[in-house]
Design a protein around this ligand. Structure first.
Ligand code: GLN
Length: 297
């Protein structure tokens, strides 16, 4: 088994090769990418700085600090929590264990909703329900400067992270974060929403033991578990709350788990009149999003 030592007098490239071989040996997925991200974070460098300075000497006096990061990854911690960041739809967000790490599939939700919303054209009021890191509303605000953007979450810890992300992305004056249960803040605040989006927790509690350890042991269960039954509890509650809003949204977009899309589409169809309810596939060919659109106002 490989040991982590011997970086005295070695180059940054050699430190990278050692870490990536070590992580590979420990069966870490994407070992090479993880080693590179960890090294960028450790040195405080961008990717291009790293690529231009491969031959520089590794700061050997910080060897133990470097190995501690590599070992955290080898133990299964998500690299995004170790480096404290993730990229999402062209922005960089801070993430820590209080929030779910935004997934690439959710970028597709942002993309599809923007495309659909642009058909309406006028400046819109947007709401994300269960915002976590704030990924969705911040991406919306960064891409549509004339929208009024809101987001809710029941977790004060998540909202603190989401607010700091809005500051980091320079949109803190254009995104309003509300603490509360699903649509409650919008119902109580009489906020008329045109576009409503949610990627709520949807995993049935009984499936938690079979999740990858990287997810199960590190990501917040509040952000993962839908309910004790089929996982669809939050979609049921959101669709039931829609009728209490001061205005029916023109677009509703949900992210769903594998095999849930048809059931969620049926819930949307039965809670209101829509011109169209359609399923959207992700890059793996899984029905990942459900979008309901009302064209006639
Ligand atoms: N809306 C956030 C995201 O998509 C958080 C989702 C969640 O915590 N279930 O990343």
């Amino acid at each position: 088994m490989m040991t982590l030592n011997g970086l005295q007098g070695r180059s940054i490239r050699e430190a990278y090769v050692q870490a990536s071989s070590f992580l590979k040996e420990q069966e870490v997925q994407d070992a090479a990418v993880c080693a590179e991200l960890l090294l960028q974070h450790f040195l405080g460098w961008t990717r291009s700085m790293l690529l231009l300075s491969w031959q520089d000497s590794f700061p050997a006096e910080r060897e133990e600090e470097w190995y501690a990061l590599v070992k955290r990854k080898a133990n299964g911690e998500p690299v995004q929590y170790i480096i404290g960041e993730t990229d999402f739809y062209g922005i960089t967000l801070h993430v820590e264990p209080g929030v779910l790490i935004p997934r690439p599939e959710t970028e597709l939700l942002v993309e599809s909703v923007l495309e659909e919303a642009d058909k309406i054209g006028t400046p819109l009021t947007f709401a994300d329900i269960g915002t976590g890191s704030g990924a969705i509303p911040i991406a919306m605000a960064c891409n549509r400067s004339d929208w009024r953007v809101y987001a809710s979450d029941i977790s004060p810890a998540a909202l603190a992270i989401a607010r700091s992300n809005a500051v980091r992305c320079g949109v803190q004056n254009r995104v309003t974060f509300l603490e509360g249960d699903l649509l409650r803040p919008f119902i109580e605040g009489r906020i008329a929403v045109d576009v409503l989006v949610s990627n709520p927790p949807y995993i049935p509690a009984r499936d938690i033991p079979s999740l990858q350890p990287e997810v199960r042991l590190y990501e917040p269960h509040l952000a993962l578990i839908g309910d004790e039954a089929d996982g669809l509890g939050l979609y049921r509650r959101i669709t039931a709350q829609l009728a209490e809003l001061p205005k029916q949204p023109t677009i509703v977009g949900f992210e769903v788990g594998m095999g849930q899309a048809e059931a969620v589409a049926a819930m949307l169809r039965s809670c209101a009149e829509w011109d169209e309810v359609r399923l959207i596939r992700d890059l793996a060919g899984i029905d990942r999003h459900v979008m309901a659109v009302r064209k006639s106002k």
